[in-house]
Design a protein around this ligand. Structure first.
Ligand code: SF4
Length: 216
């Protein structure tokens, strides 16, 4: 870990050892601290929490207060939605996590929500329609449906979901989904087949994953 006195091109808070912003914002901060280098950006942020953003932010803090380290993420999604008085939820899921998605949808329904879900392969468009050639398929010269995160978002937009939950979309597909969803998005399952959908595992046991992480 770099020392606070080392020249760092910021913002790059990971190199701040003490992180005084958390409990003692007036204390001495490193020279790359954005609270010092970019005060106009820092101070301008608070005024941006208006409307739905203010509601989301306030309720997120209430869920944290009530359930932090108690509720699993799935329960947090329920309590977050309840506190926002949401009725209609969407689930965008990977076909490889169909069982997990089914559990999630039924659980949310059991808690009183109206739930819609869209699988990543919806539309059934062959991969060649989006520029891949046959040799780039897993099994060339067979039909292979391409994931369609724009369609997942469009359908959930169409039925008017108020919060969309991501269940295992591929990296990049999740990005496209989030860019096209009209409703706010929260993650439930981050897809990582190697770690049982627990990306942090590769960090916690980084020596075991050294070669797979391409760490020399
Ligand atoms: S905001 Fe400043 S004090 Fe807080 S972690 Fe970043 S560099 Fe450190």
């Amino acid at each position: 870990m770099k020392d606070n006195s080392v020249t760092v091109k910021g913002p790059n808070c990971v190199y701040c050892r003490l992180k005084p912003c958390s409990r003692e914002p007036q204390a001495t901060k490193p020279n790359f601290c954005p609270m010092t280098t970019h005060p106009e950006v820092v101070n301008g942020s608070i005024g941006k929490y208006v409307g739905i953003l203010e509601d989301l932010h306030r309720v997120a803090s209430l869920v944290e207060k009530e359930g932090y380290c108690v509720w699993p993420r799935l329960r947090e999604v329920v309590e977050f939605s309840r506190k926002l008085n949401l009725k209609r939820l969407g689930v965008a899921f990977c076909i490889g996590l169909s069982d997990e998605a089914e559990f999630v949808v039924k659980y949310l329904e059991s808690k009183g929500f109206e739930v819609y879900s869209v699988c990543c392969k919806c539309g059934g468009f062959d991969k060649t329609l989006l520029g891949l050639n046959e040799d780039q398929k897993l099994k060339p010269y067979t039909h292979e449906s391409i994931c369609n995160p724009i369609l997942q978002a469009d359908l959930l937009n169409y039925v008017g979901t108020e919060l969309n939950v991501v269940v295992g979309l591929c990296v990049g597909h999740d990005t496209i989904f989030m860019m096209n969803s009209k409703a706010p998005v929260t993650y439930l399952i981050v897809k990582d087949r190697v770690t049982g959908h627990n990306p942090a595992a590769a960090i916690y046991v980084k020596n075991y994953f050294r070669s797979r992480l391409d760490i020399t």
